[in-house]
Design a protein around this ligand. Sequence first.
Ligand code: SAM
Length: 243
Amino acid sequence: MRIDVLTLFPDMFTSVLGCSILKRAADPELHQAKAQGSCDPPVSYHLTDIRDFANDKHNKVDKPPYGGGPGMVIQCQPVYDAVINTEALDPRPATRILMTPQGRTLDQKLVQELAAMPRLLIIAGHYEGIDERVIEKLDPMEISIGDYVLSGGELPAMILIDSVVRLQAGVLGDETSADFESFSPGAEGLLDCAHYTRPSEWMDMKVPDILLSGNHGKIDTWRHEQSRKRTQLRRPDLLKESE
Ligand code: SAM
């Protein structure tokens, strides 16, 4: 999968994309070593600075809003040129995404849909947002990470990228580990059960006996029950959805 991000602040992505699972997912050397056919890593990241497409001699891409009011609005032309130029860099069709608090809320179902795409092109807004006319012209999928407002679309874009990349084949160490997490098909859309590790007793608190029994059939049944109980307690709405 190719992931393009169009932003005014590409530096914000350096540490997030350069660490841990997101870094490994795009590391050609690591995947070459493990390769069984293709040696391409599961993902590649490409950051485009919208400012590089400014027509303004000071590289400014924002102007005050028509009609007055606070803040600045990102202009149409640099965003449009950045999208068209970036798309032309690769023949794979890009799913255009605009991060906005006014979009469809990101959930695991949407993450799974996006994870199946060959290429995502994510536009991160800033200030008061982006001139509405270029949004109409580009017609992106509008995605929100929740009902609150952040200063920019960079953090939302990183959240979306992380959620999608960990579902790519070969990214997580244990191939099935994403299948049984909260909201996933393997967990029937419910919350994950509680997890424990060594020591078996800590501050007078014991790990449930069943987990030490070695009986994997019974452990699976127990985990499933725990998952249902937890969901009933914390997110009963998910139980209704799974019925
Ligand atoms: N004026 C906009 C409104 O009230 O709907 C908010 C603009 S916000 C300050 C600036 C940018 O941050 C947005 O263009 C968007 O890209 C990003 N953003 C803020 N909150 C977001 C959220 N919950 N989900 C996705 N993107 C968000």
